[in-house]
Design a protein around this ligand. Structure first.
Ligand code: ZN
Length: 220
């Protein structure tokens, strides 16, 4: 097997065996570095973070936060949205808050997000349009501002940010999240650069209809 992580064989019957060999090597490495980790994880989990992110393969929360198994509870979907009545995300949020008692909830969008790019276009995509509609609603709300941005990549980045802000506000409208915030749970909005590997904090305006916000520089 090549040591170059960019070289994978995506076809052929050996592919799953290759993955399993990588899994065993990873488990061995981690068992050596952290001898008590796997036995402790077999007993329970105590993550401090609920991560709500995009399904995009370039945004692996555990890797980019440099965390270990057991440190982050995760919900990912296309373009990190929290639609009304979505049982999957609502169940994850309830479990994370009420059972795991996480201390931080992070909503993370990312630049070059395919779901956001799709929402900026009007092309019919089939079933997925029902999901993309959640982002198109954010786009519609901020149409006047987005129309002033000529550069397509900048327009995408702005909608990525507006979408994170919208989803943080959706989160904060939930009764169980409001109770959790009163107990001291913190809610954060992040934007991740797939081309840099760096996440930035979005300062979320209190007013869900506010147009302006600032991006805090990540501490060095
Ligand atoms: Zn995405």
């Amino acid at each position: 097997m090549s040591n170059d992580p960019s070289v994978f064989c995506f076809s052929g019957s050996e592919y799953i065996e290759t993955l399993l060999a990588r899994n065993r090597a990873w488990a061995q490495r981690l068992s050596t570095d952290r001898p008590g980790l796997f036995p402790a994880l077999a007993e329970s989990q105590h993550p401090q973070i609920l991560w709500i992110g995009c399904s995009d393969s370039r945004v692996p929360e555990t890797s980019l936060l440099d965390l270990l198994p057991g440190e982050v509870f995760v919900h990912r979907n296309i373009a990190n949205v929290l639609p009304n009545g979505d049982l999957s995300s609502l169940s994850v949020i309830q479990y994370a808050i009420e059972k795991l008692e996480v201390r931080h909830i992070i909503v993370c969008g990312h630049h070059n997000c395919g779901g956001v790019l799709a929402a900026l276009g009007d092309k019919k995509l089939g079933l997925i349009d029902n999901w993309i509609k959640n982002i198109r609603d954010v786009r519609a709300k901020h149409k006047a501002e987005l129309d002033t941005i000529d550069n397509p990549q900048e327009q995408c980045s702005r909608l990525v940010e507006l979408n994170v802000i919208a989803q943080v506000h959706n989160l904060k409208r939930m009764a169980n999240v409001q109770k959790a915030i009163k107990r001291g749970v913190q809610v954060h909005g992040l934007v991740y650069g797939v081309g840099t590997g760096r996440a930035e904090i979005l300062e979320i305006p209190r007013d869900p209809d506010a147009e302006s916000y600032v991006i805090k520089a990540t501490p060095e």
